[in-house]
Design a protein around this ligand. Structure first.
Ligand code: HEM
Length: 152
């Protein structure tokens, strides 16, 4: 059995005709390529550090390992850049797919709005966690904290 995917039908050809102002679709097209190149470096750097260069490899990844990385400004900025680019790249890609395949304007507006809300929530929460994460909060029950907090 084979499935046929209908040809994409970009819904807004008239929008760009004679339209003034910055060409946001072109900017989005360039952003997808530029962010893709940067993501290759960030994602493979992330995997290489965690899995190849850290003694113990994947078995060494635990709460303390992540807590240690998130205490270092270098990795905070690496992770937050990776988060922002992956979410903006992924959500802009999803927006393109919706524009190609969703023909009813109301459904398209709802779908693109939902993608935007999901992206904003993930970016806000992810950024907040990256910069505020504390593996040993002072007010917490010591029984719930990792062992290394006792020596701090
Ligand atoms: C390894 C890094 C990555 C590279 C080099 C890359 C590259 C690209 C490029 C060049 C496009 C544009 C394709 C086109 O316009 O036809 C694209 C589209 C897309 N990317 Fe990525 N990407 C990467 C990572 C990601 C990640 C992490 C996500 C999800 C969070 C993602 C989700 C998407 C989606 C949803 C599209 C739209 C697909 C479409 O238009 O058919 N990509 N990617």
């Amino acid at each position: 059995m084979s499935t046929t995917i209908e040809s994409p039908n970009y819904a807004y050809p008239a929008r760009s005709k004679g339209r003034r102002g910055p060409n946001l679709e072109k900017a989005g097209w360039i952003f997808m390529r530029a962010s893709g190149v940067v993501l290759v470096v960030l994602i493979f750097g992330h995997l290489a550090y965690n899995l190849l260069w850290t003694p113990g490899g994947i078995r060494a990844i635990d709460f303390g390992f992540v807590g240690g990385k998130l205490a270092d400004p270098f990795w905070q900025w690496w992770d937050v850049t990776m988060l922002w680019l992956a979410i903006l790249h992924g959500s802009n890609g999803m927006r393109t797919i919706v524009n190609d395949y969703v023909h009813k304007p109301k459904i398209r507006t709802v779908a693109i709005g939902a993608i935007g809300v999901a992206a904003a929530v993930l970016i806000i929460l992810g950024t907040l966690i990256t910069f505020t994460f504390d593996p040993c909060p002072t007010a917490a029950d010591p029984a719930l904290l990792p062992e290394f907090c006792a020596s701090l």
